[in-house]
Design a binder for this molecule. Structure first.
Ligand code: NAP
Length: 325
């Protein structure tokens, strides 16, 4: 890279150096709905929050094609569209954004230390909003055929399955919602669920069951994803008869829940047995000055609306914490 021609590169470096040498009032980890909402509230409280968004702005919401249950959008709103609106609104009030991954945190003393791929930063308060990631089945073929027919995001990859047959694994809201979305592309969508009763809510169940392109395969587990270069079939075991069958398919979409992205906090604050950060009703973690919001701290609701609310609450409480210091 010719550094002399890259004014933007020099500008960015200068900013990074300044940000690393000063102690920030608040650093927000995560750029999903919770982090972006916390950024807006912290910015409006004149805390000039520094936000590390990770690789992609908007988190899981950005990978959702249409969000139909976020209040204020009667016709629904695109996940990436609303994420960009959240971002612009927070930036307008002075939030600073870095598209950088946090690799380590030190919560042992204040100011807290946050290490990213580009350097080390310090802050008087932290808001942890690192979200959650999709669970894997952990069966043979899954990792090898990832991006060659195995996917965890229908919005991202559905288009590649135009006029093809796919299977969806899972019986919750995500599986049905994403399965319905896949019918916009695929010819046939078979939803494979390990029990004979779905977990998803009634509205999604009605919609999926009345969709002519969707069939259900109950009481079955995927034991292997089969294929040389790309997915060709799944091997299914019936939980009722123990019979193993091969089910031909072009794609496997897996929606079997999530794991919180809390590994970097392990041993430094209280978490539950699944790794969710434990917060009280004021979004306070077990470490004073460290707050958490959104799916990293929420095994129950996991909605854009609830994450946005948690993010706002965490920023309000961080503001009060700093005022009392
Ligand atoms: P979820 O509700 O935890 O459902 C996960 C599904 O995967 C369950 O049906 C579960 O089976 C199955 N499963 C788990 N581990 C499995 C494994 N190893 N092999 C095979 N199947 C496995 O997860 P989710 O659907 O992602 O939803 C999470 C939360 O987000 C829920 O609270 C949901 O209401 C919410 N959500 C809401 C919407 C919406 O409102 N439109 C959309 C998406 C998600 P069992 O049923 O047997 O446990």
């Amino acid at each position: 890279m010719d550094l002399n021609l890259s004014g933007q590169f020099f500008g960015q470096q200068a900013d990074d150096d300044a940000l690393q040498s000063e102690v920030q009032k608040v650093i927000i980890l995560g750029g999903g709905p919770a982090g972006l909402s916390a950024a807006l509230y912290a910015a409006r409280a004149s805390l000039e929050p520094l936000v590390f968004t990770g690789q992609e702005l908007g988190g899981q919401a950005a990978a959702t094609s249409v969000i139909e249950n976020y209040p204020g959008f009667p016709e629904g709103v695109g996940g990436s569209e609303i994420s960009e609106l959240f971002h612009q609104q927070a930036e307008r009030f002075g939030a600073k954004f870095q598209f950088d991954m946090v690799t380590e945190v030190d919560l042992s003393q204040r100011p807290f230390k946050v290490t990213t791929e580009s350097g080390t930063y310090q802050a008087e308060a932290l808001i942890l909003a690192t979200g959650a990631s999709p669970n894997h089945l952990g069966v043979p073929g899954e990792d090898r055929l990832m991006n060659n027919g195995v996917s965890y995001c229908a919005t991202c990859d559905g288009w590649f399955f135009k006029d093809k047959d796919v299977v969806v694994v899972g019986g919750g809201d995500s599986a049905l919602e994403e399965g319905i979305l896949l019918t916009h592309y695929a010819d046939q969508v078979d939803i494979i669920h390990r029990r004979d009763e779905l977990r998803a809510g009634a509205i999604l169940q009605d919609r999926a069951m009345s969709n002519a392109k969707i069939d259900f395969v109950y009481s079955s587990v995927v034991e292997e994803i089969v294929g040389e270069e790309k997915v060709e079939a799944v091997r299914l075991r019936s939980k009722k008869t123990d019979e193993v069958t091969e089910h031909k398919t072009d794609g496997v979409f897996i929606f079997i829940g999530h794991t919180p992205n809390s590994q970097i906090y392990k041993g430094q604050l209280e978490m539950d047995d699944k790794g969710y950060v434990v917060v009280d009703q004021l979004m306070q973690t077990s470490v004073p000055g460290v707050f958490a919001a959104g799916e990293v701290a929420d095994p129950h609701f996991r909605q854009v609306a609830t994450s946005v609310g948690m993010g706002a609450a965490a920023a309000i409480q961080a503001t009060r914490f700093l005022e009392n210091q």
